[in-house]
Design a protein around this ligand. Structure first.
Ligand code: ADE
Length: 225
């Protein structure tokens, strides 16, 4: 998989891709993330990328010309399965969307800043608009990093234990059950006996029960589906 991220502040999200699981995905050749600075396509000697909005009102808007220039140049190199704009008015991101994006080959992500991007770019180029929740970030960069992380960790070979993504919260529509590690007795607080029993069918049954119980308590809306 290849992900191209367009931003006016790419330095905001260099580190998430240089550590841990995302770094491993890159080293193994499974996923590459390319950050592009929109200012490289800015207009005039000041590399202008934003301007006041027509109709008045506070906040700058990312202009059409630099965005269309960078998008066109990327599209000339390869076909994109989705061109995603990160925006609070997009579709709310969830595990189902992460799963479907993990099946794609090339993704482009456009990060808004200030008041966002000119609507004409959304109309002409963007195939999918994603929000990571009902709150407003300073820009789309952190949202792009969140989406990229959730997608890349699903790619076969990225996680050491292939089954571990399958047992994540949400993968089966349920929250994950509680987990424990050593010591079996921490200041008198004991790990549930069943987990020490070695009876794996029973352990699976217990985990499913706990997952169901946790989902019922915390996210009953998930059980409605
Ligand atoms: N840009 C600003 N806020 C955002 C959000 N909640 N999700 C995605 N992109 C954003």
């Amino acid at each position: 998989m290849r992900i191209d991220i367009i931003s006016v502040l790419p330095e905001l999200i260099t580190s998430p891709f240089e550590a841990s699981i995302l770094k491993r995905a890159k080293l193994k050749g499974i996923a590459e993330v390319h950050l592009h600075n929109l200012k490289d396509y800015g207009l005039g000697k000041h590399n202008q990328v934003d301007d006041y909005q027509f109709g008045g009102g506070a906040g700058m808007v990312l202009m059409c010309e630099p965005l269309s220039a960078i998008i066109d140049s990327l599209k000339a190199e390869r076909a994109y399965d989705e061109i995603i704009y990160l925006t609070p008015d997009g579709l709310t991101f969830n595990q189902k969307i992460a799963n479907s994006l993990s099946l794609k080959g090339n993704l482009m992500m456009i990060c808004g800043h200030y008041k966002g991007i000119d609507q004409r770019i959304r109309d002409k180029y963007v195939s999918m608009e994603i929000s990571i929740g009902d709150f407003v970030l300073s820009g789309g960069e952190l949202a792009a990093a969140v989406v990229a992380d959730a997608v890349i960790r699903l790619l076969p070979g990225v996680l050491n234990d292939e089954t571990s993504a399958l047992t994540d919260s949400f993968q089966d529509g349920l929250l994950a059950p509680p987990v424990y590690t050593r010591p079996a007795d921490f200041k008198g607080e004991k790990v549930p006996d069943i987990l020490l029993s070695g009876n794996f069918p029973k352990i699976e049954e217990w985990r499913h029960e706990k997952a169901l119980q946790r989902t019922q308590e915390r996210r009953p809306d998930l059980l409605d589906n």
